[in-house]
Design a protein around this ligand. Structure first.
Ligand SMILES: Nc1ncnc2c1ncn2[C@@H]1O[C@H](COP(=O)(O)OP(=O)(O)OP(=O)(O)O)[C@@H](O)[C@H]1O
Length: 266
């Protein structure tokens, strides 16, 4: 698979910064004054007990929610009212806690759907499937086939995704996100509901995406073994507040984190 679009941000520099972000739903404070950054090329985990605000944080990053306070800066630009399609077009792709695919469509068509953002030819040409649109579609199909090879899902390319086991559906969803050639990939519980073998496969693919293509990855994950193996740095939320931030080793020795996971009252 080809590398993501080139960027002017060097590996190790901050590509996305979350500053003093708060988010409230009526009286419920999902996030309170949360700050952390994500560096280009790293695997950044967001962890915390149920209801800690992890999914709300991803939803703020990709523009699905707008923070009540604070700001999010992506590639040096602060866009407080960024919408999900603007985030995707700008290089932030996302997978969901519960697989969100077109269940009646094939693996190939689902991944192709992720590619439409990259298609420049207008609807008129697309409908005619002629001329410039045809040439462009062939190029995009090549790219999608590369992703299918990369994720080792050639055998299911024509199968409607609704008929696939859950682990493979998660892999197809990853493929659809990769089809956008994102600079930042947000993964919401990529291993949820998987058996051990499927988890090992998904871990390998995430590491391959990171190592081979330098894609920056932020992931929410409950499986601590996976988090410790995959991540460069971990941010820990509890009741919507950040309680720790550091390398996996630092975080697992942090007393506030140990207390949060053991349910010690504060
Ligand atoms: N759309 C919403 N409307 C009202 N409250 C919400 C909404 N989304 C999230 N919340 C609340 O915000 C808080 C944080 O929820 P969130 O889903 O972000 O946590 P989480 O850490 O992702 O949890 P889990 O691990 O269970 O998925 C919870 O109290 C939740 O009930």
């Amino acid at each position: 698979m080809r590398a993501p679009s080139p960027t002017d941000i060097a590996a190790g520099e901050v590509i996305l910064a979350v500053e003093n972000v708060s988010l409230a739903f009526g009286g419920v404070k999902a996030l309170t004054d949360v700050s952390f950054d994500i560096k280009k090329g790293e695997v950044r985990a967001i962890i915390g007990p149920n209801g800690a605000g992890k999914t709300s944080m991803l939803n703020c990053i990709n523009g699905f929610y707008h923070p009540t306070e604070g700001r999010i800066t992506f590639r040096g630009k602060t866009r407080p009212k960024m919408r999900p399609y603007e985030a995707a077009a700008g290089g932030i792709a996302r997978t969901f806690q519960n697989v969100a695919l077109f269940k009646g469509m094939s693996t190939l068509d689902n991944i192709m759907a992720g590619r439409t953002l990259k298609m420049s030819k207008g609807f008129f040409w697309q409908v005619l499937r002629h001329g410039p649109a045809m040439a462009e579609e062939i190029e995009h199909r090549h790219f999608v086939e590369e992703i299918i090879d990369f994720l080792e899902i050639q055998h299911i390319r024509k199968v409607p995704v609704g008929k696939l086991p859950y682990g493979l559906q998660k892999r197809v969803e990853l493929g659809r996100a990769l089809a956008m050639q994102p600079e930042v990939l947000l993964l919401d519980e990529p291993m949820a509901g998987m058996n051990l073998e499927e988890k090992e496969d998904m871990c390998r693919f995430i590491l391959d995406v990171s190592n081979q293509y330098g894609t920056t990855i932020a992931l929410i994950e409950h499986d601590m073994g996976v988090v410790m193996d995959l991540s460069d740095r971990v941010v820990v939320l509890e009741y919507g507040r950040k309680i720790a931030d550091g390398t996996p080793d630092e975080v697992k020795r942090d007393q506030a984190v140990i207390d949060a996971y053991l349910g010690v009252p504060h």
